[in-house]
Structures are given as C-alpha cells and as structure tokens.
Write a protein that binds this ligand. Structure first.
Ligand code: CA
Length: 221
C-alpha cells in the first residue's frame, strides 16, 4: 500500500515515514505543497497524510485541487491543536479524516487502514481466501489456523493480491505498491517473493498470467 506523506517538518516527517513503513506501508514523502500536487497527479496512492501548514502551496490548496481534479484518494489531514476551524474547513473541503498533532503513530496507522477499507467498501478488517487469513493490523497470516511467517515484502505482495483478488497485477503495479521514493527495487524481487509465498502457503494460490502478471482468483466461498 503506497501512501503519500506531505509534511515539511523534517523531524516529524521522518518519524511518520518510519512509523508508516513499520506498518507495512510504502511511503512517498513530499516536503511542500507543489511536490505533493505533482506526486498526486502522477501516482495512484492508497491514501494521503496531509499537513496543512506547508511551503509553496498550502495543504488546503493541495486538498481543494485534488478534489477539484476529481481525485478520490482518501486524505487524512494533520492539524495543530486549537484549530477547530482548520479541521472543519479541511473536512468540508473533502478531507476524510484528521489527526491533531502530536498524535500516536499506532493511531495514524489504524486510521489509514480504516480509510483504505472504507474506500474499498471492505467491511471485514481481516482478509480471507479459503483457509488463508491475513490481518493487516496484526501483520499476521494464518493458513488452516496455523501462523505462517512472512517477510515484510512477502506480506505486502500477498496483501495486494488479496485486496485485488480476481484481478491480474503486473510486476510493475506490484512494485509501485511496494516501494516508496528512494527505495531501491531489486530486479526479479517480485518473482522471488511470489516464489517464497507459493512455497510457504500453497503452490496453486498465486497464478502466473503469462506476459501479464500475477493474480489470486476470487475465493469461491
Ligand atoms: Ca507544517
């Protein structure tokens, strides 16, 4: 899940980025409003964490322009304390949620998971496929009730394939969802992770669609 973080404060931004990566999110970090606007125009993000006080273009302007361009991405705004007016204006301008600084990173991660579920009309927080269950909050996977140990990237690939069950995801799409700015993509990484997932879970779970990509079929029940 790729998130756009928009925050000009270096220390805070670095902390949020690290906290989100620990939660399994790939993070692109834009440090001003214009950079955010460009990023939003160029990449499909799962959600945006948007500070309101930004150089070059304010967070409110980024928000208004994104909605003006019919971009439906879930947006969570970060506001200072005692700024009820900012929160009201932000929500009314199309933000989906807000957090008041200082906030807890665990709460930010949980709110992002909730926003993503809502955007996908996904009621159940735990994803399942037959006897396979993936819990995005607990970052755990079980098969027939038994815990399966996955690396962070293996988990992320399985998560994306389950979220998109029945749809083929290309290698490039998977890479786009897994790697944020500045993270080096090892060649063949996706193939290797899929190979590991098949070995750890079930050989037939992930299908290769030759020349196109990978998919997990929709669960029949
Ligand atoms: Ca700021």
């Amino acid at each position: 899940m790729r998130i756009l973080l928009v925050e000009d404060d270096k220390l805070l931004g670095d902390g949020i980025r690290t906290g989100l990566m620990q939660g399994g999110f790939a993070v692109d970090w834009a440090k001003d409003g214009r950079e955010a606007e460009l990023a939003l125009a160029g990449e499909p993000y799962e959600a945006v964490v948007l500070d309101l006080g930004l150089p070059r273009l304010s967070g409110m302007d980024v928000l208004r322009r994104a909605r003006g361009a019919k971009n439906p991405v879930p947006i969570l705004i970060l506001t200072a304390r005692d700024t009820v007016g900012d929160r009201v204006a932000g929500l009314d301008a199309g933000a989906d949620d807000y957090l008041v600084k200082p906030f807890d990173l665990a709460e930010l991660r949980a709110r992002l998971r909730a926003l993503v579920r809502r955007a996908r009309n996904q009621v159940e927080p735990v994803l399942s496929h037959g006897t396979l269950k993936l819990d995005p909050a607990g970052r755990s996977v079980t098969m027939e009730g038994t815990a399966v140990e996955l690396s962070a990237r293996e988990f992320a690939i399985l998560h994306e394939l389950l979220l998109n069950a029945g749809r083929v995801l290309s290698k490039a799409q998977l890479e786009q969802k897994l790697y944020g700015w500045g993270e080096e993509i090892e060649s063949n990484a996706v193939e290797v992770f899929v190979h590991h997932l098949r070995r750890k879970l079930a050989p037939e779970l992930i299908r290769t669609v030759r020349g196109v990509g990978y998919m997990i079929p929709k669960a029949s029940a």
